[in-house]
Ligand binder design. Structure first.
Ligand code: XMP
Length: 513
């Protein structure tokens, strides 16, 4: 295994992801608890992450010194390179020119085990830089093996000790060969076999869940989406009947979705499921609310109230399971006081655990969406479920700008179903990250037959994305949108005009509210 020491970079999880892609098991430990992780894991290699601190600042984080005496390979990335240099007798300075950010080219000066079989002497390669400080003198034993204009020590190596330092970020996609470089480190340098798979991830997580939960009871809130479903099925595999799932059905789901969830859990998996139908409660409370944030707050709070009441009826539970993914949480290491980790929660997960005084079970916390899908397939979830587009916790309510009513939900559900049906029929569903309809609070004049109509406008949206953080409008083939528009206007009473949303993210967001 590989131990990744986290110095608080926003992209540390990407390092772990690249190591997983190389078929090698890794764990991330905040620098404060890295020694304990090291003793437990007995890793075959260490990767030091980037981070926001400056090595030159007093009390900035350090690597436990004994890691350098363990006789195993170490790869330092950005801050990791700098801190390693400083601790081994080199020197780090704050760049006089303010640093280097964005794409850069490095030139390979000599061969190095880190890029054996990948890069050769004299070649130039694109990398992604993001640093304010830089190494100014390398430690004894090291040689520069690649340079860039901004970073004379773009890659440094001590081949005897198998220590490598890179100033750029190999873990991000903007370093095209970065994944291969990390794979080379894990397999070629550390000698790991690269046969780790999602099946092993599943087994590891099952063991972890059992160790965490013991004989305790776990409640899992299902949202109807992939993440909570995969989390629930995985946890059920680990602890069986100690898990109860609660599906708070707020009536803001897409057509047919609730039925699918219920039949999958009760039927295919035989997982205890409580289906609470509270559509009226939600629609009643949403009446008159038009502000997007107030909608979100009302839905979040009501969801918690209902969930809490159901949990009490069950006699309580010590653990709350959630399908939180890595992009849902930004985890940052605290530099000021001890080993605490500060977590900022995504809008659909906040509040519940504190209010209910339960411990969290979040087996998907380190995964990205496509990895969760792979795990779902591993667990035998049907493709229609696993491949499903993401759907926001507040459901259709944030796809109905203005007031949400039952009538408007029904109109939107019908139109959305036609849109998705056509997307599936055209074989485009899997190439699109998310596609949905938005029912606008705007009416327009039209003509149908010989009559004048004055009805709702519907916006269609479809985006491509790799992680939901950025997105581009999907370009449909020429005749697709007119066909869908015609079908919707003909088949859905209440809509007489259809538009397409071309906004990318940023500056837009994927959802309209
Ligand atoms: P935005 O609209 O912020 O959305 O670009 C990014 C991704 O997050 C989803 N989303 C949510 N998911 N609870 C969720 O579980 C929410 O409150 C929520 N709001 C947005 C959105 O569908 C997109 O995939």
């Amino acid at each position: 295994s590989i131990l990744i020491v986290d110095f608080g970079s926003q992209v540390t999880q990407l390092i772990a992801r690249r190591v997983r892609e190389a078929g090698v098991y890794s764990e991330i430990a905040p620098f404060q608890s890295a020694e304990a992780a090291f003793d437990r894991m007995q890793p075959k290699g260490i990767i030091l992450s980037g981070g926001p601190a400056s090595v030159t600042a007093e009390n900035s984080p350090r690597v436990p010194q004994r890691f350098f005496e363990a006789g195993i390979p170490i790869l330092g990335i950005c801050y990791g390179q700098q801190v390693m240099s400083a601790q081994l007798g080199g020197n780090v300075i704050v760049s006089g020119d303010g640093g280097e950010f964005g794409s850069a080219f490095i030139e390979v000066k000599s061969a190095c085990a880190l890029f054996d079989g990948l890069w050769a002497e004299g070649e130039r390669h694109q990398v992604w830089m993001s640093h304010g400080d830089k190494v100014d003198a390398i430690p004894p034993g090291f040689t520069p093996v690649a340079t860039s204009t901004g970073a004379p020590y773009a890659i440094v190596a001590d081949e005897t000790r198998r220590f490598y330092g890179v100033q750029f970020h190999p873990e991000v996609v903007h370093t095209p060969d970065g994944g291969k470089l990390i794979a080379n480190f894990a397999r070629h340098v550390c000698g790991l076999s690269g046969d780790w798979t999602m099946a092993e991830f599943r087994d590891t997580k099952i063991a972890e869940i059992r160790a965490q939960v013991g004989t305790g009871r776990v409640i899992c809130g299902l949202s109807g989406g992939v993440d909570s479903a995969v989390a629930a099925v995985l946890i059920h595999e680990a602890i069986g009947e100690q898990l109860t799932c609660v599906y708070v059905d707020h009536g803001l789901m897409r057509a047919g979705e609730s039925e699918q969830v219920v039949s999958l859990f009760r039927g295919a998996y035989n997982i205890p499921l409580i289906h609470v139908n509270v559509e009226e409660l939600f629609l009643g409370g949403l009446a008159g609310i038009t502000d997007p944030e107030l909608k979100r707050k009302f839905i979040g709070k009501t969801f918690i109230d209902v969930f809490d009441a159901e949990a009490k009826k069950l006699g309580g539970a010590e653990f709350l399971a959630q399908g939180t993914l890595y992009p849902d949480v930004i985890e940052s290491v605290s530099f000021t006081g001890g080993p605490s980790v500060t977590i900022k929660s995504h809008h659909n997960v906040g509040g519940l655990p504190e209010r209910m005084n339960m411990k969290l079970v979040e087996p998907l916390r380190e995964l990205f969406k496509d990895e969760v899908r792979a795990l779902g397939r591993e667990l035998g979830l049907p493709e229609i479920f696993v491949g499903r587009h993401p759907f926001p916790g507040p459901g259709l309510a944030i796809r109905i700008p203005g007031e949400v009513t039952k009538e408007r939900c029904d109109i939107l559900r019908k139109a959305d179903a036609i849109y998705l049906e056509e997307i599936r029929a055209a074989g485009l569903y899997d190439t699109i990250w998310q596609a949905f309809a938005v029912l606008l609070p705007v009416r327009s004049v039209g003509v149908m037959g010989d009559g004048r109509t004055y009805d709702n406008v519907l916006a269609l949206r479809a985006v491509t994305s790799t992680d939901g953080m950025t997105a581009q409008a999907f370009q449909f083939p020429g005749d697709f949108l007119p066909r869908v528009a015609t079908r919707i206007i003909n088949e859905v009473k209440g809509i007489n005009r259809v538009t397409y949303d071309y906004t990318s993210k940023p500056p837009g967001t994927i959802e309209w509210e």
